[in-house]
Write a protein that binds this ligand. Sequence first.
Ligand code: AP5
Length: 225
Amino acid sequence: MNIILLGPPGAGKGTQAKMLQDMFNLAKLSTGDMLRAEVSEGTPLGKKVQDIMTRGELVPDDIIIAMIRERIKEDDCKNGFILDGFPRTVAQAEALDKMLAAEKASLDYVVELKVDDAALVKRITGRFSCGKCGAGYHETFSPPKQAGICDACGSSEFVRRKDDSEETVVNRLKAYHAQTAPLLPYYTQKGILLSVDGMLDISMVSKQLEAIIGKKQPAAASARK
Ligand code: AP5
């Protein structure tokens, strides 16, 4: 089963993708995480993209498409994958269609997480994660059970993303509306776009997704047609 989670920055794509990954045994492919790994390792690709990301602009399509083309060939994608943050332009969506066709695979769901812009700034500026295991948190909406201690690994080292400042969020939202929102009519036309109310709390959003995706489970063998 192959799924795209679409939505603006801070909509909850990463949070929900992680939950779906655990629930349905799917690979979680986040282009943002892949790019951040390149930046933190100081690779030539990381050096090329770090300023673009800090400004909140989109990384060029050719870089992203090449990254995903390689990634979906890996073994953990055989049972299907959840795309978090990709595609983000119509050119990326068209490239994905071609990649999937070449693998005789297809998309089962494209799910939009609908969240008002006003709520996104609070979500993004309150976000932090464990510096050791990467578990994600929010100061208000999803704090660790014990303040200052990661629920997952017990570490007390937390980090924040460089692009999670209020100024950069404005640019990220502009990029979403100008370059990514056109994917909504793109997938509507294909008849595979569904929307969930991303304004609800994390567990309620997850329940909506589970209801949609769970129905497809008996046909999971269709992940690679
Ligand atoms: P990327 O890492 O993809 O960031 P993004 O799309 O801006 O999305 P976020 O990770 O900020 O938000 P999210 O929707 O995953 O929300 P989350 O679950 O964390 O991209 C970063 C940069 O990389 C881009 O700006 C670009 O430069 C580059 N890039 C990446 N992919 C690219 C591509 N394909 N093409 C070109 N460039 C690309 O939730 C946010 C917070 O809210 C968390 O703290 C969470 O706990 C909380 N939260 C989640 N859900 C809820 C809820 N329902 N209620 C309350 N709080 C919630």
